[in-house]
Ligand binder design. Structure first.
Ligand code: NBG
Length: 844
């Protein structure tokens, strides 16, 4: 606990109250200095930038806590129905700026810092972001948390407190180098450790069945036990009193660590077990690698699912008599299959530990969960080898077998004799090595299943989960993803936001559909001028960042053509590269070509074990080196790779984009959310009919979107017919030249065969159909170039993209979840006075 200087200095307590909760610049400045002295133990002359960040962060946290405590009290009194979001990833991004915005004190804090001779922006820059996620899935969870608080929905977000989050990316000689993330190194001012809020989680061992008073009972005798400890981070909504929280679990050793080692006096071995236990929450797994067979990953999943469910049960039993109506108190959303083991764990807790009958427990379980699927890629669908699963979670395997037996009995009743269907639906994959299919467990154990964009949800029910759809169509629904406008326009694009607010008032931040009112302004020349000025400022800032991070000088008046996202073949960064080279060849041949100067910017991390993705990063750098140095191009084409794409860097990228690259093979990108952030900030999209691109195009209008490429249906047809990439190569001279340059070492003279694996892959099988879409893509890019020349028309498109992005607010997505799946309602919080005052009475 930190002490407050002034509570003793001013016995009437008034000054102390002001310091903890006051929102005026004066109160904030006072609190800042107080924290600098009494928390950081520094005086201004020796305070480091980090000290200043911590002092301000604690100042803001006090103000959050006031909201949080009132919120917790209110939920407790009203026994509110609560949404629990279970996610293995939260890609939160820096917290300070967002919290200032949501508390409505950004301006006051800026003034306060100025009054002590500091710049708020410099302090915000200091924060090391919690990168507890890989990409879109984790960032979506973070956007949802913001929206749930803003919409005043009683909710808790549960996850894992990884000691090492996503690696930082450095580039050496054009190659990605992974640098360990150490976000906790200097301390995390936002979290509150709860050393007394712990749960034990068992692993391994065996089960023992017995009959007690005529009832069948199973006891799980574990091999070892790990303890989960809670760390809470308050999450305040935008301009509301609600502050919910994120509860992340960290693995710590228990007293009774290893029964076996302990009993045999193997002290050293027992200590080793302690270390192994604590490993569970050490590191976030990178995605894009086969998840199968990673025992530690299954341990992580079970660990956090179990702690979270035990926590819910603890709270429920504070007021309820039993667990029969657990599902009326809680709606638990499974963010992908990572927490799907929760289905079996809730059954275990209800049946084995709280002695509900199986049927009743199953009714509660099915009524509790909702499952969101985030990918159709077969290699990303989680399955666990039965032997590994059974060794780690023997009781859960039994429970899953029992769920499966009962479920398949029903299937057989519905479809007599259709054993093929039974095999397809089974929770266990029996072809070859046996696997537990986590998506099947999640689907059977949930009341609702949803995809994350219209097309994705359709493909889900027609493909991966088709048999389940036929069985229970009423379970299936769609909730298209969204992004929080607080972070992804208000905070990251202050110029554009100020311009919008000047015309519309500030209601749009909570009601993003109001951006539609910008539509008529797109016809006002003066407004377009202001719009361009704001965007020009953003582009200059991005250009400065690129110069500083990469040494590449770019012209802010050129067309900023940007692709930032995780590196993956299906996202087709290399298709973008094929266009860059095509354009380069054209500029060399036609020095007078009528095309606007273009800056092509890439950013994104490759999974450490994904060689092809890393080779694509190297290719981008090789092409950049050649193009940027070629005097023949004369600055009309520049290529840059912004290293270490994370939330903080993302915030700097979106506001400066003219063109948003959303070029995945149709049917592969479940939704995408970067596409929404670009459009919201006024970028125009070039994209395929994939994921949420389709809905973006519907909203912004086909004339404000550059469409190209095969549709998902055409992709399937072409593959079924037998796709031959070489035919496209033979038929198109431009494409042939580009592929030959890559393959022959034109961009890698020191190692001519460096990119041969990429070329072989494209000419051999090209699983993501780059060559099939190449010509259409290059044509669409030509149209982009022409359109960009007409500045006024382009500005109109830009304004209309922003004006029509309201649908992609995560507030809308959360409303959809509340209506269709959670059946949860807003519970507004009233702030009457300082909760510390009330607490004095509360203890009596
Ligand atoms: C990702 C999809 C994206 C989608 C996000 C959020 C996984 C497994 N899926 O298209 O690839 O936008 O989830 O839904 O990370």
């Amino acid at each position: 606990m930190k002490t407050s200087a002034s509570s003793s200095a001013k016995p009437d307590g008034r000054e102390a109250e002001d310091i903890r909760t006051g929102l005026s610049p004066r109160a904030i400045a006072r609190a800042f200095c107080d924290n600098l002295f009494y928390v950081q133990g520094r005086f201004p002359k020796v305070a480091t930038p980090h000290d200043r960040f911590m002092a301000l962060a604690y100042t803001v946290r006090d103000r959050l806590l006031q909201h949080w405590i009132r919120t917790a009290e209110t939920y407790y009194e009203r026994r509110s129905r609560t949404v629990c979001y279970l996610s293995a990833e939260y890609l939160l991004g820096p917290q300070l700026g967002k919290n200032l915005i949501n508390l409505g004190i950004y301006g006051a804090a800026a003034e306060a810092m100025q009054s002590v001779g500091l710049k708020l922006e410099d302090i915000i820059e200091q924060e090391e972001e919690p990168g507890l996620g890989n990409g879109g899935l984790g960032r979506l969870a973070a956007c949802f948390v913001d929206s749930m608080a803003t919409l005043e929905i009683p909710s808790i977000a549960y996850g894992i407190r990884y000691e090492f989050g996503i690696f930082a990316q450095a580039i050496r000689d054009g190659w990605q180098v992974e640098v360990t993330d150490q976000w906790l190194r200097l301390g995390n001012p936002w979290e509150l450790p709860r050393p007394q809020l712990t749960f034990d989680v068992k692993f391994g061992g065996h089960t023992e069945a017995s009959t007690e008073n005529g009832e069948y009972r199973v006891r799980w005798v574990p091999h070892h036990v790990v303890r989960g400890m809670a760390y809470d981070t308050p999450v305040v909504g935008y301009h509301v009193n609600t502050a919910n929280f994120l509860r992340l679990w960290r693995a710590v050793a228990t007293e009774s660590f290893d029964f076996r080692a302990f009993n045999t006096g193997d002290y050293y071995g027992a200590v080793m077990e302690k270390i192994v236990s604590e490993n569970i929450t050490k590191v976030l797994y990178p995605n894009d690698e086969l998840p199968q067979g990673k025992q530690l990953r299954l341990q992580q999943q079970y660990f956090f699912a179990s702690c979270s469910l035990q926590d819910m049960i603890r709270v429920h039993l504070q007021t309820a008599k039993g667990l029969a109506d657990f599902h009326r108190k809680y709606s638990v959303q499974l963010n992908d299959t990572h927490p799907a083991i929760a289905v079996a764990e809730l059954m275990r807790l209800l049946v084995d530990e709280h002695r509900l009958g199986w049927d009743q427990a199953w009714e509660v379980t099915q009524g509790t969960f909702g499952y969101t699927n985030h990918t159709l890629l077969p290699e990303a669908l989680e399955r666990w080898p039965v032997p590994l699963f059974g060794a780690l979670l023997p009781r859960h395997l039994e429970i899953i077998y029992e769920i499966n037996r009962r479920f398949l009995d029903e299937v057989r009743l519905r479809y007599p004799g259709d054993e093929d269907r039974v095999r397809r639906l089974s929770l266990i994959d029996e072809a070859g090595v046996r696997y537990v299919r986590m998506a099947h467990l999640a689907t059977v154990g949930s009341k609702a299943v949803n995809g994350v964009a219209r097309l994705h949800s359709l493909l889900l029910r027609d493909g991966v989960l088709r048999d389940f759809y036929e069985l229970t169509p009423e379970k299936f629904t769609n909730v298209t993803n969204g992004v929080t406008p607080r972070r992804f326009i208000l905070l990251n694009n202050p110029r554009l936001s100020a311009l919008i607010t000047a015309r519309l008032g500030d209601g749009w931040v909570r009601d993003l559909d109001r951006l539609r009112r910008l539509e008529p302004l797109a016809e006002e020349a003066a407004f377009r001028q202001e719009w361009r000025a704001a965007r020009r400022h953003n582009k200059a800032a991005l250009a400065a960042l690129l110069q500083q991070r990469t040494g590449v000088a770019v012209d802010p008046d050129s067309l900023f053509d940007i692709q930032v996202k995780r590196l993956h073949e299906y996202k087709r960064q290399h298709l973008n590269v094929l266009h860059v080279i095509t354009l380069y060849n054209r500029l060399r041949r036609e020095p007078a070509a009528d095309v606007p100067p273009r800056t092509v910017i890439f950013g994104g991390k490759a999974a450490p074990g994904y060689y092809v993705a890393k080779l694509i990063i190297k290719l981008i750098h090789a092409v950049a080196a050649r193009v940027n140095a070629d005097p023949a191009v004369n600055g009309r084409l520049r290529v840059a790779f912004l290293p270490d794409f994370n939330v903080q860097n993302a915030q700097r990228v979106y506001p400066g984009a003219d063109l948003s690259e959303q070029i995945s093979t149709a049917g592969m990108e479940a939704s995408g959310t970067g596409n929404m952030k670009f459009a919201l900030n006024g970028a125009v999209t070039i994209g395929t009919l994939d994921g949420a691109n389709i809905e973006i195009r519907d909203e912004v209008g086909a004339e404000n979107f550059f469409l190209f490429g095969l549709t998902a249906a055409e992709v399937q047809k072409l593959k079924a017919r037998g796709y031959r990439p070489r035919d496209y190569y033979e038929a198109d001279a431009r494409l042939r030249e580009v592929i030959d340059q890559i393959g022959s070492g034109f961009f890698s003279p020191e190692q001519p065969d460096l990119f041969q694996p990429l070329v072989n892959n494209l000419l051999g099988c090209d699983p993501y159909l780059l060559l099939a879409d190449y010509a259409a893509y290059v044509d669409a890019q030509d149209k982009v170039g022409q359109a960009y020349r007409d500045t006024e028309a382009w500005t109109r498109k830009s304004i209309l993209n922003t004006a029509r992005s309201g649908y992609f607010s995560s507030d809308r997505a959360i409303r959809d979840y509340c209506d269709r799946i959670w059946h949860a309602k807003a519970e507004p919080i009233t702030l009457d006075g300082d909760p510390a005052d009330a607490a004095v009475n509360g203890f009596r």
